[in-house]
Design a protein around this ligand. Structure first.
Ligand code: PLP
Length: 358
């Protein structure tokens, strides 16, 4: 039975990318070696790394003066590495969800942290302090998490602020054009929209880092500029970087981030329309902040007892990994770039069929 993969992460990759990766595991670019066993210093792989860095720049229209890095440690290590390298005295964090909250917590080890939070409302809306002129001038940076993977809210534009801006884009990178020039640093785990688990992307303005050494000693591996030259200061995650490159090539073939954005708006629009129409279900977050990547919904109160039944029904038809995060409950369908429209239609049909049954 075909599986429709709604996993929040690690998540669906395009079938063409997986086939290519499978080929490279057996014979990497005609070398007679597996990608799993080649030297990262071999010319084939250094070319792959360079191409991946360049293609990320091209697809996101990254201006001069920025470096693209592919590192280890996940977005969670960036929660610490960012303040370690950028936080002298004080930073502000938009506490828009579980991951944002974790990022803010880590930063507290390095300085004062103020937050703009919707936690008290269970994160059903996205705090936008810049709209009310509430972002202080005397902070080292403002940190935002553009897409709230767990609760399903999203900021779908790049805010104008006078201070340095840092963005965790783990779950919405490559889903819309981004004005990278507004940010000093963008990072994310690649396992949501680019690659298998194991690689973290960082887009960093060269002159934003390297100013903190008087405050603290930074371990070599955690200095961004150590990785500037070729993103190979140490052994990089060779296989995930290779797969990331294949995904980005596929994005380019499709027409780039503008086309991806249209596809995503259409897919999310279809599913939200059904959630709003179907008398059994309702969305869980404020409509204007709805994520187009992670669609969260529950059964209406009067149908609550049907939750397990709907889950089992959808699983039996081939839906995979659409349970709400354990901190939210209900359901979460993640509609990452590689999820085809047909899988969204499949899920909508399930919801309709379930409604007819009840
Ligand atoms: C998944 C996720 C993370 C955590 O990523 P890891 O690579 O597992 O550390 C951080 N931020 C956001 C927004 C995420 O979706």
């Amino acid at each position: 039975m075909k599986k429709h993969n709604f996993s929040a992460g690690p998540s669906i990759l395009d079938e063409s990318v997986i086939r290519d990766a499978a080929g490279a595991v057996l014979n990497y670019q005609g070398t007679g070696l597996s990608i799993l066993e080649v030297s990262h210093r071999a010319k084939e792989f250094s070319a792959t790394m360079e191409e991946a860095r360049n293609l990320m720049k091209e697809l996101l229209d990254v201006p001069e003066g920025y470096e693209v890095l592919f590192l280890g440690g996940g977005a969670s290590l960036q929660f610490a590495q960012v303040p370690m390298n950028l936080l002298k005295k004080k930073a502000a964090y938009v506490d828009s969800g579980t991951w944002a909250n974790k990022a803010a917590k880590e930063a507290k080890a390095f300085g004062e942290v103020i937050t703009f939070s919707s936690k008290e409302d269970n994160y059903i809306w996205y705090p936008k302090p810049w709209e009310k002129n509430e972002v202080p001038d005397d902070i080292d940076y403002l940190h935002i998490t553009t897409n709230n993977t767990v609760y399903g809210t999203e900021l779908r534009y790049d805010p104008d602020v006078k201070v340095r801006l840092v963005g965790d884009m783990s779950s919405d990178i490559f889903t819309r054009p981004v004005d990278v020039s507004k940010y000093d640093l963008i990072y994310g785990g690649a396992q949501k929209n680019i690659a298998p688990a194991g690689v973290t992307f960082v887009i960093v303005r060269r002159d934003a880092v390297g100013h903190i050494e008087d405050n603290r000693i930074i371990p070599t591996m955690l200095k961004y500029d150590v990785h500037f030259k070729d993103s190979m200061y140490n052994t990089p995650p060779v296989f995930p970087v290779y797969v990331a490159l294949q995904t980005m090539k596929w994005y380019k073939e499709l027409g780039g981030v503008k086309v991806l954005e249209q596809m995503n708006l259409e897919k999310a629009g279809m599913l939200y329309d059904e959630i709003d129409r179907n008398r059994l279900f309702r969305g869980t977050v404020n409509a204007e902040d709805r994520s187009i990547m992670n669609v969260c919904f529950v059964l209406n109160d009067e149908y609550k007892e049907l939750e397990q039944e709907f889950y089992d029904f959808a699983v039996s038809r081939g839906a995979y990994s659409f349970k709400g995060h354990r901190s939210v409950g209900g359901f979460r369908a993640s509609l990452y770039n590689a999820l085809p429209k047909s899988s969204v239609q499949f899920f909508i049909d399930l919801m309709k069929e379930f409604e007819r049954k009840h």
